[in-house]
Design a protein around this ligand. Sequence first.
Ligand code: SAM
Length: 274
Amino acid sequence: MNYRHAYHAGNFADVLKHTALVSLLLHLRKKDKPFAVIDTHAGRGLYDRTGKEAEKTGEAEQGIARVKDSADNPQPLKIYLEIANSFSANMYPGSPLFVAKLLRRADRLVAIEKHPEEFAALADALKPFANARAVEGDGYQRLRSLLPPPERRGLVLIDPPYERTDEFSEAARALIAAHRRFATGIYLLWYPLKNAPAIGAAIGEILTAGIRKVLRVEMDVGAAGERLSASGLIVVNPSFGFEEEMRAACNILLPQLSQGAGAHADVTWLAEDN
Ligand code: SAM
């Protein structure tokens, strides 16, 4: 467990992932009924953009720092920016804080983190939010016992570090097992676009398991060299309107986040409801 998200917080992949997360949460908020969010790999919650890890990679400078506030931004991008900029100077919020900020009184968040130091920081970051709970442990194992949520409405974010080559498959299997327990839930699975065969196989497992309503959102910023250039999201049961919002967000974000030739984004249904 060497991965530390502090090196990557606020990069182009976080911008896309957190905009998608905000969009789905805004849709969940449209109904009065409470919802639950489970973040299986929550990270530390808040990241210092001027810390030594962030300065070493400069990834936030090519990510959140380039995203412009504009009247033309679609609503999820507007709210994403509002939340991203609502913390003290230079701090970038991770997924649990985007969620915590959008919870209503009866909604709740369970944020799971395995690394003890990251967990301690997460517990601290979530202290001001009464209905957000930080849990120390393995996100895949804990997920099973948390589903289905009593609210019967909600979202599961699966955002592993992909340190191991079999993590694509582990994440896909966790999603499939979770979907068996909570078929109407929304699932958001993040992945780096580094190992196309492993991604293809993981997506194949999800589709073969019979899961329908699967949307894929991918963005490649055309980065050169060793840097991560592309990432994607598998979204199961996306809310109505999410697809169009992500197309609009990608159209606005791509030119701002582009690092070179070949930058492109794509929103595609992998399986649709019949
Ligand atoms: N979701 C966060 C966000 O968007 O701000 C970023 C999470 S980061 C990509 C992955 C996190 O998962 C790391 O903090 C790592 O310590 C943690 N982690 C690794 N293996 C885990 C496991 N099996 N269960 C829970 N957390 C784990």
